[in-house]
Design a protein around this ligand. Sequence first.
Ligand SMILES: [Zn+2]
Ligand SMILES: [Zn+2]
Length: 323
Amino acid sequence: MRPTLHPRLVNGRFGDPALFVEALHRREAILFDLGDLSPLSARDLLRVETVCISHMHIDHFIGFDALLRVNVGREKRIGMIGPEGLIEAVGHKLHGYTWDLTHKYAEDLCFDVRETSGAAARFRFKASFVAEPFHEPFALPGLTLDWAVLEHHGPSIGYALAEPMHVNVWRNRLEERGLAPGQWLQALKAAVRDGAGDETPIALPGGEAPLGSLRDLVSVEPGQKLAYVTDVADTSANRAAIASLASGADLFFLESRFAAADGALARERAHLTTRAAGEIGCAAGVRRLEPFHFSPRYEGAEERMLAEVREAFQHLPSAAGRG
Ligand SMILES: [Zn+2]
Ligand SMILES: [Zn+2]
């Protein structure tokens, strides 16, 4: 399968959490968490249109200012989603500055902030970022975003990003049946993607045919799935919720803050050990596990941390996620 989603950890496995995700053929990028964003170029920051926040501990949220700074004075809409309290936290961030010159700009910068509970507010530059009521549902065209409310010290939201299945047309089979390619193939693909029944009529260049008689013209591949979970306590409720959220993911970014031998510390800080992360990745049946958010206390021991995760996960390739 040709990968469509291209994620990269902005600060590697040890630095602040921030996962920059590009999708093939899309200019817009998605960020999971807003840790230190200084390694991102202004060009990359300007591409961010969706931000998914796990929780607002400083190592996951301090990058908001970098994102704000580069976008001020531009026509832009940034959708944000996160736990309860996100609206208030964004409001506080924005109101740490004076916005008395906003009327001089024609461009408007908008933060559309949603909490997973359903609460939402819009902060507009030209309204000096005073919170406004907002009711548009969350949408990420061409992709789906699922989330789970997990336990850390407070709530921490885990995410799964997936693309729809790929429907590919066999050109040679079209030719064999004397069908000219054209716009009608989009309707055929959409019907297959939506799981329409065999009787569904599909308009062809010279008439109409039931979907069932056209299925051999296409092949179907599952879309790519990427999951991101960080800052979670090792509880049975979390393990079950994470395994179900990340189930079958092609790529799973999962925190592994502490070494296997430091389980007591992990419990106290409501984080996972390498071993717990490997076990959860294995239970979720993910294809590739990318551990991250290693504590700085293990600086220089990255290989050991990876080996511990791998041992519990079993299938982790030794060179996973270098660079
Ligand atoms: Zn953290
Ligand atoms: Zn935290």
